[in-house]
Write a protein that binds this ligand. Sequence first.
Ligand code: ZN
Length: 455
Amino acid sequence: MTLLIQNIAHGWVGDAAGTRVAGALRIKDGVIADMGDLVPRPGEEVLDATGCVVTPGLVNTHHHLFQSVLKGLAIDAALDVWLQEVPYSFWPRISEETLRVSARIGLAELALSGATTVCDHHYVFSERYDYDPADVLFEEAARFGIRFVLARGGMTQGRDFGPGTPPPPIESLRGFLDRTAATAARWHDPSDNAMTRVACAPTTPNFNFVPEALPEIAAEARHLGLRLHAHLSENEGYAAQTLASFGQRPVPWLASKDWLGPDVWFAHLVDLTPDEVTMLAETGTAMAHCPQANARLGSGIAPAPALYAKGGTVSLAVDGAGANEAAHMGGAMYAAFALHRAALGVAGSQVGKIIHWATQGGAQTLGLPKVGTLAPGMAADIALFDLSAPQNLGLHDTALAPVITGSATVRHSLVAGRFVVRDGQIPHLEMPRLAADAARTTANLAQFAKDLEPA
Ligand code: ZN
């Protein structure tokens, strides 16, 4: 069975040079078999790309799907108060059913905005749960047919958010490591075009573990072939804390714990010195750049262009919808495009570079070398952005649309040659039912929040 995508007039390879594509693309056995001036073969299925911009499927390298039912809370709070009032207040209420509904909302938004690979950093694992969040997330991703990396988070100590906040979801170090290993045994596929992967992802190393645990975690993860992920330097509070507690800024401190390298990526990295940027670039440690969440929480603008200019790896991410209600890949691309220009002038970003960060850069970050590039031999993960909505009309350079309109959605998307979105719809998903499930779940959580309020 082969599929020919023809009449491609506008598209991007996803490479660092910002190379454009046009013509046709043949998919065989889940892989891009050929590209160029191709004509349909007898009996071949044909997909018409007329009126679309074609890109590699987008890669979202940092998310928290459990937050898709926690939107619009603590809207004027900065990071610390937001953490207290949103994830660390609501986590005991994330039942299996709530997590499923939340994951479906997030995955639907991501799929319709062109994501074909999603990394979810799930960090609430507790012995109080009667279900395994890892299994739930992999099952929901499989229903969408989306490529899924679980960054298995967790913590052995919580931050003290004061009275009224539930105790944090902590595990013993051994429990964290053993459960991560068990999840990896079940779901981690090390192959270059894996549909499921596991990374070892302590929630926030400087707050959630004793320093002595970090080299042990890195060694065990590497022994299992797992990449390392965590939150880092989301705002200036991180450096203040590591300087006060450990006498170093976050990046050199983690370097001393074996926590830098080409198998490591961090979310945010907003507050970095030039020396820290250099250390990240020289070690190949990648950034999951979350421009919208950093803006929403008032944390700042991460120096992604500086890291990239020094040869570092940059990827794009929406972060959890609790801190970025616009958890849409088009929004993330537009935010990166616009914010770096606001900070640095028009040289601060280019459309081709943003596409690269959202595709090949994401694949490099997650260690999926067969993903994120339109070229023969690569996995057939492809997004066809629909240009029929009014925000796309009137464009003189149509290929710019997915980045500069900030709101493009896909007509079709494929993962390994299989449709995730077809004709603007997610085939298995009944949207009115999801809306009803979301309304019921949100109402239950709102009642819980009301019950918490002092009388
Ligand atoms: Zn995050």
